[in-house]
Design a protein around this ligand. Sequence first.
Ligand code: SF4
Length: 195
Amino acid sequence: MRPVRFNITPKEAKIADSLMMAEMPEGHSGEGFFATKLSDVVGLARKNSIWPLPFATSCCGIEFMATMASHYDLARFGSERVGFSPRQCDLLMVMGTISKKMGPVLRQVYLQMAEPRWVIAVGACASSGGIFDTYSVLQGIDQVIPVDVYVPGCPPRPEAIIDGVMRIQDLVQNESIRRRGNEQYKELMNSYGIE
Ligand code: SF4
């Protein structure tokens, strides 16, 4: 019988090396206690449990599929629970060409998401219309919804998408729990006609 060959080199795995520990927020510690800000604790939990909603319309979506698959494995960042129900997700990932007809649909999905919510525009099309400078393509999703992070590329490689998710993680961790109620945020929403 022909022997089965695997194209991998077995390595001795040390469990301590394969565990990724979340960094502790800044605070004061002493014997038997640790004190920090509520915002930091909430940020730490949110950062490591982001639920993405992939809104993929074309080729950039394929890169996202690679990002979710075993080689790049977005689950390592606590984002393995990808969902298509806006009410449960907190990160809208827009990947692909968005036509003007699709704009209201995208906006509706955004509106259905509960606060706090974040948005990544993945790739040139979602960020600026890309090569499709035509009458039918939205020249950037920030014309209909606010965007937190733009990932450049046509298409961006999975590493770039992961970098975008990590930039979102930084925003999530450092966001004050009062931000969504402040005047500046309300002004931003009002500028998009969202109350
Ligand atoms: S940015 Fe490039 S790869 Fe991504 S959807 Fe547009 S044309 Fe396709």
